[in-house]
Write a new protein. Structure first.
Length: 248
């Protein structure tokens, strides 16, 4: 199980999406607001905003909530001024971690994230310390109910860079700039994905076992649970056995 999809798989199996829907909505509202502030409120000319809105719709966020977030970002409604950025560091066993944040209080966020790293045998590093180990890519994940050869042909014809059989699903990799185009082309063919997002994919992975695996998973969980953290990426890999132990 590879690191870039590992945490997504764990969250899915834990049912974290349903348990933390309110928290997920908060993060999506922040992303919509910032995307609208930076690129305007028109979905047709702002790919980042469209991606955020599509994700919010997929999570059944009410239409008026989405529209309100766009208006706050574009200045039509008064809203909070968020600062966005990234932290880089290492988790247990030397696994590389990237944390994307949006906050109205950077001092608080730095303190909270550093505490989580330190508590779980990790450490924050300087910007650039681990980013070179990842590539920003579009990632569209399908279950294996799809026919791989058909999916492969459709994806490449739509402009995808690669299609992989990961054993428990198929992953379509795209350039970030063509992600929406490829995703929409597949949707037009009637295909339904499990997840679709622009993410950070590790070039290599670090195998974790035992206590280090447990600490890593707990650290990821705590980071994801922080209100100021938008996304967390890591290059760890663990066995199905370790994964089952964590699931209890």
């Amino acid at each position: 199980m590879a690191g870039h999809s590992k945490w997504a798989n764990i969250k899915h199996r834990k049912g974290a999406q349903d348990a933390k829907r309110g928290k997920i909505f908060t993060k999506l509202i922040k992303e919509i607001t910032v995307a609208a502030k930076l690129g305007g409120g028109d979905l047709d000319t702002n790919p980042r905003l469209r991606t955020a809105v599509d994700k919010a719709k997929a999570g059944n966020m009410p239409k008026d909530t989405i529209e309100r977030a766009i208006k706050k970002g574009s200045g039509d409604l008064e809203g909070v001024n968020y600062e966005e950025g990234t932290f880089e560091g290492y988790g247990p066993g030397g696994a590389a971690v990237i944390v994307e944040f949006m906050t109205d209080n950077r001092t608080r966020t730095v303190a909270d994230v550093r505490f989580i790293f330190n508590k779980h045998n990790g450490s924050l590093g300087v910007n650039g310390s681990v980013a070179f180990l990842f590539d920003r890519k579009g990632l569209i994940v399908f279950d294996q109910e799809q026919d791989f050869d058909t999916l492969f042909e459709m994806a490449l014809e739509a402009g995808a860079e690669d299609v992989k059989d990961e054993g428990d699903g198929y992953e379509i990799i795209t350039d970030p700039t063509t992600f929406i185009e490829v995703r929409d082309a597949l949707a037009a063919q009637g295909l339904q994905w499990q997840s679709a997002e622009v993410t950070m994919i590790p070039q290599t992975t670090v195998q974790l076992e035992g206590k280090q695996a447990e600490q890593m998973l707990k650290m990821m969980d705590k980071l994801e649970d922080n209100d100021d953290v938008q996304n967390v990426y890591a290059n760890f890999d663990i066995s199905e056995e370790e994964f089952a132990n964590f699931m209890g």
